[in-house]
Ligand binder design. Structure first.
Ligand code: FES
Ligand SMILES: [Fe+2]
Length: 402
């Protein structure tokens, strides 16, 4: 296996990413198309940081569990009797079959389909039927039950989001999310409830979502949603209204609540996201590297967790959250629908050209196709709009080169 980014991208390309933004070039095409590069990302980046993997609403009740793949590894996500979220390698301790193949609800145990070894939802071995001839397989002491639990993976539930850190060495999740909370003036994310949950796939590299953390494309890529350049650019000063900001593993585009024109079509009767007293209300699309979007607007949160499947295939696991009972109360249905139309398009289906998600994913696929070309190695950044993209490319290289 290739172990250094330079072997795939070339030392010159890496040096070009490292230059100040005005003179920098972005990651070359191989970073978006090469299987070797994808495997390097899995090993040196995804495994060493906090990957978003699911939402807490995906396994809401004790006994709920789901299989998934994280950085190429089979993983089980489970909610224990006590309501705690845990992650395990999806590997039987007998002869290493996958234990869980389908999501399950209210299960009392996780049972391997091969010889029926079974574990509690907290990973403790319950039975290895007839392994030693006894019914439970544990009667004679032939097996050391205590050492044959499912192998745990470090896991954290943070508000609506579930993260996994495969190597166990990433800083605590609170530290990882701290820049987001500071950028968002400690908005009360916990006041929101899930209203919509949907998975779409796009045929493009997972990084293209992160590369999209700029408002420069709004006017053109989001026809019908953003309408004028002046929504995003102060034509007098020639500066964007919003500030791209970066800290740790988080980038944002911070738009103050005062002194800038509001985006069009943002009025609704929905309750607004609460902020601590005396904190300025802010709205912003936030991206928590490597793969979690948490966009906080006036009255809802739009989120994507991307699951990188292959260099050119990504699942977008999306959820939309509204404040308190605005997530479900029929009284707020019109307001909810207006917002969901804006995110997902009127048909709420992948493939349309209305709705922010379809519009963005369409562009990612255009980029992915273009990235096959040898002419696609020399991309440039706008220093006023695209510092987040340059920051992300450097952040990724920091991991791959260490
Ligand atoms: S491989 Fe799982 S019980 Fe045998
Ligand atoms: Fe966009």
């Amino acid at each position: 296996m290739v172990s250094a980014a330079g072997e795939i991208l070339g030392a010159e390309s890496i040096a070009a990413v490292r230059r100040p933004i005005e003179k920098a070039r972005g990651l070359p095409s191989a970073a978006y198309t090469s299987g070797d590069f994808f495997r390097l990302e899995q090993k040196k980046y995804f495994a060493r940081t906090w990957m978003g993997v699911a939402y807490t609403c995906d396994i809401p009740e004790p006994g709920d569990a789901m299989p998934m793949t994280v950085a190429g590894l089979p993983i089980i996500l489970a909610r224990t009797k006590e309501g705690e979220v845990k992650a395990f390698h999806n590997v039987c301790r007998h002869r290493a079959a996958m234990v869980l193949t389908e999501p399950c609800k209210g299960a009392r145990q996780l049972q391997c389909p091969y010889h029926a070894w079974a574990w509690d939802l907290d990973g403790t071995l319950r039975a290895a039927p007839y392994f030693d001839g006894s019914r439970s397989g544990l009667a004679t002491g032939l097996l050391d039950r205590g050492s044959l639990g499912l192998v745990q993976v470090r896991c954290a539930a943070w508000h609506h989001w579930i993260f996994v850190n495969l190597d166990g060495n990433a800083p605590p999740i609170e530290e990882h999310m701290q820049p987001l909370m500071e950028f968002m003036n400690h908005a009360d994310l916990g006041a929101t409830r899930v209203a919509e949950r949907v998975d779409w796939e796009f045929n493009a590299n997972w990084k293209l979502m992160n590369d999209n953390w700029e408002n420069y494309h709004h006017m053109w890529a989001h026809k019908g949603v953003f309408t004028k350049v002046s929504d995003d650019l102060d034509l007098k000063t020639r500066r964007p209204w919003s500030a791209p900001l970066q800290a740790g593993s988080v980038v944002t585009i911070r738009r103050p609540s005062h002194g800038v024109p509001p985006y069009p079509n943002r009025e609704s009767d929905l309750p607004v996201i609460p902020f601590p007293e005396e904190s300025e209300r802010v709205t912003a699309p936030n991206l928590v590297f490597p793969n979690v979007e948490i966009t906080v607007v006036r009255d809802n949160i739009g989120s994507i967790i991307t699951e990188p499947l292959a260099p050119d295939r990504t699942i977008a696991r999306m959820a939309y959250f509204f404040v308190g009972d605005a997530a479900s109360n029929p009284k707020y249905q019109t307001g909810r629908n207006l917002n969901l139309d804006r995110w997902l398009g009127k048909k709420r289906r992948r493939g349309g050209r209305d709705g922010l998600r379809n519009q963005d994913f369409y562009i990612f696929e255009l980029q992915q196709t273009a990235r096959r070309s040898p002419a696609a190695d020399e991309i440039v950044f706008s220093p006023i709009w695209e510092p987040n993209v340059h920051y992300f490319h450097n952040h990724l290289l920091d991991y791959l080169e260490s």
